[in-house]
Design a protein around this ligand. Structure first.
Ligand code: SAM
Length: 286
């Protein structure tokens, strides 16, 4: 059987290609050029696609997913990283870059720029920030220094995030288990966070597939705002003087999160929409 025939039979182009690339380690082009795909491989792919069609996220079946141009190990104890969360990483990189530029202009060796990735799950956000920072430093031949602390309440998530840290050989990140700020020490230039933000009674209503993901990664309380309230109330102690917070937020949460930030005496709030014109990023400044 050729790749095109497997796709035709299953009606699942993207999932078939992802599964095949993962199993065979071949590129898309190599797969399309292959005259025949091995029968054993086809059986495995068909099995995966059947479970995928039954509602299991592909990342759980493959044990990996792609985020910010890198692979991350994934299992069913963590949220599958979403493409829209890449916006959180890119917004964080804007802040990190500003600090790098200040460092270059002033020709000073400032202390380490510190980032706290709260609710890290698979570690995809914090690790991507560390990786992008490393490659930026290399590109501009600079030696800006960054330290990431990533934390999660879930032990399996912390263990997986550590595996991802190893996979990407990033040394400047510490991954710890913590109920929000409970075990967090020190002050940060930047806090990034993609908290659980689905309203309790809306979990799985729009998309049944998310019911396969851990509830602890989704449930944002009755109004979906529990974590924003808690973090914005407690975070000032953990922020340096000019420190800021960047949240991923859910559709239509921009107004409410802005209110909560102002109630907690933050001075400036910016809401950014994603390409689907949905409230997605909230930047909070002191
Ligand atoms: C929406 S997921 C985000 C995961 C990852 N950062 C991402 O963007 O894919 C939220 C994460 O918050 C964690 N979490 C839930 N309650 C928490 C708490 N009280 N303290 C710390 N982490 C918590 C969950 O275990 C889950 O990994």
């Amino acid at each position: 059987m050729k790749v095109s025939e497997i796709i035709e039979q299953t009606g699942e182009e993207e999932a078939v290609l992802d599964a095949l690339m993962q199993i065979t380690k071949m590129t898309k082009t190599e797969l399309y050029l292959a005259k025949e795909i091995d029968e054993e491989v086809i059986d495995s792919v068909l099995d995966i696609i059947e479970q995928y069609k039954g509602g299991t996220p592909l990342a759980y079946l493959l044990g990996k997913t792609y985020f910010c141009n890198e692979y991350f190990f994934i299992n069913d104890k963590v949220l599958v990283p979403r493409q829209e969360t890449e916006g959180l990483v890119l917004t964080a990189m804007e802040e990190v870059t500003k600090d790098m530029i200040r460092g270059v202009e002033e020709e000073r060796q400032k202390g380490k720029y510190s980032v706290l990735d709260l609710c890290t799950g698979s570690g995809c956000v914090g690790i991507s920030i560390a990786l992008l920072h490393k490659s930026l430093n290399k590109d501009i031949h600079f030696n800006h220094s960054l330290k990431v602390t990533a934390s999660d309440i879930s032990k399996p998530a912390v263990l997986l995030a550590r595996q991802n840290q190893k996979l990407h050989s990033v040394g400047n990140i510490e991954i710890i288990m913590s109920n929000l700020f409970d075990e967090i020490k020190g002050k940060f230039d930047l806090i990034v966070c993609n908290p659980p933000y689905v309203k309790t009674f809306e979990i799985g209503i729009e998309d049944k597939r998310i019911l396969r993901e851990p509830r602890i990664a989704l449930d944002g309380g009755l109004d979906g705002l529990y974590f924003y309230r808690k973090i914005l109330t407690e975070s000032k102690k953990y922020l340096k003087k000019d420190g800021s917070i960047i949240f991923e937020i859910g559709n239509k949460q921009g107004h409410d999160v802005t209110q909560i930030a102002f109630e907690n005496k933050f001075r400036k709030v910016e809401i950014r929409k994603d390409i689907a014109n949905i409230d997605r990023i909230c930047i909070v400044r002191q």
